[in-house]
Design a protein around this ligand. Structure first.
Ligand SMILES: [Fe+2]
Length: 342
């Protein structure tokens, strides 16, 4: 299994994960053979990299912590939420709660599970994948911090819908990341807009609405829209703030390159406790894989290898020089990963 730029993908390769449209329909199924016409279509959809299998026999999983079924439902529901907001209809709290409960259950099932895939966002699906990623990361952090089920549920709903207020921004939903400077004032308003939408949903608690309101507030008061300081920010929102910043850092955006996990964690650590809650950042470090699936690493035996599985207990790598030869690396193995190369 490899994580490759589109230009390096050949016709013998199979897609190692499904590709979804923004409303949750499967556009290309996992294990589809990547013909030139599919590659062209994916280029058109602005994908730059994909996870691929180099042969039919490969089984490594690139689905992540949430199954295709739940991912598809979550995207459908987010799509539906955005449309309802535009049409000024109330959101369906029950529908949202059900899918979020499914996400929590799946994340919980994988006890050893880490956030371990390299980002695959495109400019067009950014909001959808970002919302789901922030939800998954927040659940992982909440689990580390031993939150009770009810708190975890409010956290996950707030995280999933934290950017809903962006619906009102002038830049179209599709081009959600191509902000011009004139959009800056609108950007600063999205937490409040999100709060207003969520506060009006029957069945949602005020905490859920406050997560959206406060996810850009920072511990030292340097955030927006209110410039609240630590003691005035609700704890669940501090989790979403960290998850949101981390996911934004590891994503490729039009105006900058993505950073690798270690650098993103170090930047967040450097900014805590000034901007981020220190315990939350520590919990994030325990929740994400330093060497995500598909990354190329240098081992202590000086060979290079591709990571094919990454959990809390172990990392499994495949040597690049001798394909089909695998190594399990855990805390006790003499073999270590020295650094990420790509
Ligand atoms: Fe935001």
């Amino acid at each position: 299994m490899r994580f490759l730029p589109l230009e390096e993908i050949t016709e013998q390769m199979l897609l190692a994960h499904s590709i979804f449209s923004n409303n949750g329909k499967i556009l290309l199924k996992k294990r589809t053979r990547l013909t030139p016409s599919y590659i062209k279509r994916l280029q058109h959809l602005k994908y730059t990299h994909l996870y691929v299998y180099e042969s039919d026999e490969e089984q490594w999983d690139c689905t992540g912590l949430v199954s295709d079924k739940v991912r598809s439902q979550a995207m459908q529901i987010l799509w539906d939420c955005l449309i309802r907001v535009i049409e000024r209809k109330t959101l369906n709290a029950q529908q949202i709660s059900f899918v979020v409960e499914d996400i929590i259950r799946e994340v919980h099932q994988k006890e050893d599970g880490l956030f371990a895939l390299i980002d695959l966002k495109t400019p067009d699906n950014y909001l959808y994948n970002h919302s789901l990623n922030v939800c998954i990361l927040s659940i992982l952090i909440g689990k580390e911090l031993k939150l009770e089920w009810e708190d975890l549920k409010e956290l996950a709903i707030g995280a999933f819908l934290h950017d809903l207020g962006k619906v009102y921004m002038k830049s179209s939903l599709k081009k959600i990341q191509t902000f011009s400077t004139s959009d800056t004032a609108q950007v600063k308003q999205h937490p409040k807009k999100g709060f207003e939408i969520l506060r009006a949903v029957p069945g949602f608690t005020i905490k859920i609405a406050n997560i959206a309101y406060q996810h850009h507030e920072r511990e030292n008061g340097s955030g927006y829209p209110l410039g609240l300081i630590s003691r005035d920010i609700i704890p669940l929102s501090k989790i979403v703030a960290v998850a949101d910043s981390f996911d934004a850092m590891i994503s490729e955006r039009i105006y900058r390159e993505p950073v690798w996990t270690e650098q993103a964690l170090r930047e967040l650590e450097a900014e805590s406790p000034a901007q981020y809650d220190r315990e939350v950042v520590k919990a994030l470090r325990r929740s994400v894989a330093l060497y995500p699936v598909g990354s190329i690493v240098q081992l202590s035996d000086q060979q290079s290898a591709v990571v094919v599985e990454a959990t809390k207990a172990k990392t499994i790598v495949e040597y690049l020089e001798s394909r089909g030869s695998f190594q399990e690396i855990d805390a006790d193995s003499p073999l270590k990963i020295e650094k990420r190369l790509a």
